[in-house]
Design a protein around this ligand. Structure first.
Ligand code: GLY
Length: 371
């Protein structure tokens, strides 16, 4: 269970971690311009190992947009633009379920900074494209694995469809986003607040067949990053449409995380993996911290909101220091160590992962507010 010990010195630690994050991102962009890495291999971004699926290109420019907003530095904005514009064609990409990750981190942030309507149009189109994955039978958006597969990860992307629906007034888009979220809530989140990575459907009938996993320990286990996507995604859905079912689910998942995580706040890769085979997963902690900071502002119960806020800050303080922060590891090119991409395929195990970097920076930005 997470321990809410003293947070003394936390703001200074968050600021220092954000400074270090800027240094690492600046070094990556100047040493390897135009490269969009996913995960490190022994601390180096450039290596020949596979991507599995191409879902991470928004996270590097996404961090640059956060730095641009925080610092007002025109160089960050210019660099962010350079890395963002090549992504525009992917607003039509039907091969991935990750268009929220790609466009909410980039065009949406760029639009928020400038108010330029053509940037918003890109976000809306990406939302429309993602909605094309919807399966009427079963009422879910299919993962990149195939039409029978639903992933909890998609909850962290469905926000772009809610956003597009709200911006355009398109009721059909809203219907897709609502149905997908309610299906995910029903079949992927369990009564105790743990979550399944994947659900498998019968395509002929639309019947839900079973829970499954790609990256977790077992079909009936709780992959910690999947739970983090649920906390992040259901709280985002609640913020956008204020349906209390999403708030309840976000809180249920958050409570499971906080009750089962070790005292320092960084979970094992899977909450059900055998103790002697456990490896930590820092990106799940970073995503959870970002999600909890948002949930803290939404929880109607003030005491609960304060609890989520303190919990998020506790997790973030752990991440903002070694051994998770790479600041004291010479030659390590990432920001956060001890992330895991895909243990079962042996990809990015005990490494820096680009989504871990992005959600860490997003959480630091949220924790520091208008500092
Ligand atoms: N969305 C893919 C992952 O979390 O690894």
């Amino acid at each position: 269970m997470l321990e809410l010990t003293s947070l003394e010195g936390s703001r200074a630690a968050y600021r220092a971690a954000l400074d270090f994050s800027q240094e690492q991102v600046r070094a990556l962009a100047s040493n390897d311009p135009g490269f969009y890495p996913m995960y490190t291999e022994r601390g180096r971004w450039r290596h020949g190992k596979p991507a599995w699926t191409r879902w991470c290109d928004g996270f590097l420019p996404g961090m640059m947009w956060i730095f641009a907003k925080r610092t007002g530095d025109a160089e960050w904005a210019s660099l962010a633009e350079t890395y963002t514009t090549p992504l525009e064609p992917r607003k039509m990409d039907r091969n991935v379920h990750d268009l929220g990750f790609i466009f909410l981190s980039t065009y949406h942030r760029w639009h928020a900074l400038t108010g330029r309507s053509e940037l918003n149009d890109v976000v809306i189109q990406a939302g429309r494209t993602l909605a094309l994955r919807f399966k009427e039978k079963g009422e879910y958006m299919a993962s990149f694995m195939g039409p029978e597969s639903l992933f909890i990860d998609i909850m962290a992307n469905v926000g772009i469809i809610f956003y597009a629906a709200l911006q355009t007034g398109d009721a059909a888009l809203m219907d897709v986003a609502m149905k997908h979220s309610l299906t995910s809530r029903r079949v992927l989140v369990r009564g105790d607040g743990s979550s399944s990575h994947e659900g498998i459907y019968d395509l002929a009938t639309g019947e839900f067949l079973r829970q499954s996993t790609q990256q977790g320990w077992r079909s009936d286990s709780c992959w910690s990053r999947g739970l983090a996507w649920a906390i992040y995604g259901f709280s985002a859905a609640y913020k956008l449409v204020r349906d209390t079912r999403f708030l309840q689910t976000a809180e249920l998942c958050a409570d499971y995380y906080l009750e089962h995580v070790p005292a320092h706040g960084v979970p094992p890769m899977d909450f059900d993996s055998p103790v002697d085979e456990r490896r930590e997963e820092s990106s799940a902690a970073a995503i959870t911290a970002a999600g909890l900071l948002r949930l803290a502002t939404l929880a109607p119960d003030r005491a609960k909101g304060m609890y989520y806020d303190q919990a998020a800050r506790r997790v973030l303080l752990t991440l903002a220091r070694p051994p998770y922060l790479a600041a004291e590891t010479p030659g390590w090119e990432g920001i956060l160590k001890e992330g895991i991409y895909h243990l079962n395929l042996g990809l990015g195990v005990g490494e820096s992962v680009m989504w871990g970097e992005y959600f860490f920076v997003e959480a630091l930005d949220r924790a520091l507010g208008a500092d």
